[in-house]
Design a protein around this ligand. Sequence first.
Ligand SMILES: Cc1cc2nc3c(=O)[nH]c(=O)nc-3n(C[C@H](O)[C@H](O)[C@H](O)COP(=O)(O)O)c2cc1C
Length: 483
Amino acid sequence: MRDAPPVRFGVEQVRKLKSDAAFEDRCSSLDIAFPRSGIPNEVLATPFLVGSRRVGNRFCVLPMEGWDGTADGRPTENVERRWSRFGASGAKLVWGGEAVAVRHDGRANQRQLNIGPESVGDLSRLRELLVSAHRDATGTVDELVIGLQLTHSGRWANPAGTAAPKIAFQHPFLDDRVGARAGDVVSDGWLDDLVGDFVEAARVAFEAGFDFVDVKHCHGYLLHELLSATERPGPYGGGLTGRTRFLGLVTEGIRRDAPGLMVGVRLSAFDLVPHCPGPDRVGTPVFLPSGKERYRFAFGGDGTGLGIDLTEVHAFCELLVALGIPLLCVTAGSPYYSPHIQRPAYFPPSDGYLAPRDPLIEVARMIDVTSELATSHPALSVVASGLTYLQEWLPGVAAGIVAGGGAASIGYGRGVLAYPGLPNDVLGSRPLARSELCRTFSDCTTAPRHGLVSGCYPIDPFYKSSQERVQLTIFKKQARDTD
Ligand SMILES: Cc1cc2nc3c(=O)[nH]c(=O)nc-3n(C[C@H](O)[C@H](O)[C@H](O)COP(=O)(O)O)c2cc1C
């Protein structure tokens, strides 16, 4: 039986909004408005340019890892299945597949993929599986652009089953979460070496046939954390020039060692003070500054801990353009301390909290930020994220965003685990398979938090009928009983 969510005032399930008018009414009552278009297939089927490459439609599969690689970081059958389904979706842009650690100490868990001696073969096979599933589903692989996401997990590194944080600076609220101490602050020399690892991983991706690499700057991982290292002394901290030095060096190295490989950046374009479950399990900030105090650790934050100031984010976008980086994927915060802002959900993951306000407001905020960046920096092809929560309303809003220039491409994340055929169905003007829509149960996050592989347990028959689902149900029941 499904978890019964605690009754919440002020949050209404999208699934229960039965008509266009009901959706619009709900949005007006929340004081938000989404761009909408009545002809999603026409708008979303148009190609666009990334640099000199044409991308055949406006759907993008977002990176979705599965906590299901081998102990030494190589793909398994589960990984291959996921990548095949990404290809079969019909989306012409594939943003990274999933996070791949550039070296062992950068893995976020013992089952994350990791660049190693077999990676050229492994990654080229994954890519081939994706391409061939795309061909089978759509009849052509023209204008299909595929990237690989490269990461170092930094503060959240856990390569061998125990937290082994590598931090850019000491953080007043996050250090205790992972047992980080002063000795875990990485040195400048260590970062110099890591630049080399990113460049080598990019070279491997190029050899494996990828079109671009994402130098991941989001979700609280190391390069995202560096962006708020204002108090770090030395070449990688201080002003924005120091905080973005790493990206400049990696890009320079890629141009040298993998000429022709495009570079993209997935960016948490704003961030908040960490949240935790408060009274009634509703998400609450762990701290809010008072008087003249400023919260200094949120890149894209306004110092209040909750507000946004995109001044530095615009400067970052200008830097991307100056570096010749044509692709930006916009996300926010971190799943470790602010999951409600980048993965709006009705049902929180087991280590999360109930949404502090209607998740539709979070979706609207992400769209606003994405749109501001896309319209201000036309040289960038900007990809939107966090739209799965829209469910039935995703295609119309996606088309509205693209038609209004609010993004070049529409990222599709959790939804692709449940309903990979949605892009194809929309592009083919077929009705949505409503029973396959992701209803944001968050099992794809709760499962790995309990050491199980990720996947869509409520909808995908492969996971629904798996032994892991039985274990997941037991974990969830235990969590409810101890609540
Ligand atoms: C199970 C799971 C795995 C994810 N893996 C990654 C990842 O490897 N890299 C990344 O940048 N984001 C990852 N994300 C975040 C998604 O790419 C996406 O930003 C998020 O789910 C919001 O988009 P959506 O509303 O379409 O789901 C993951 C999210 C989930 C739920």
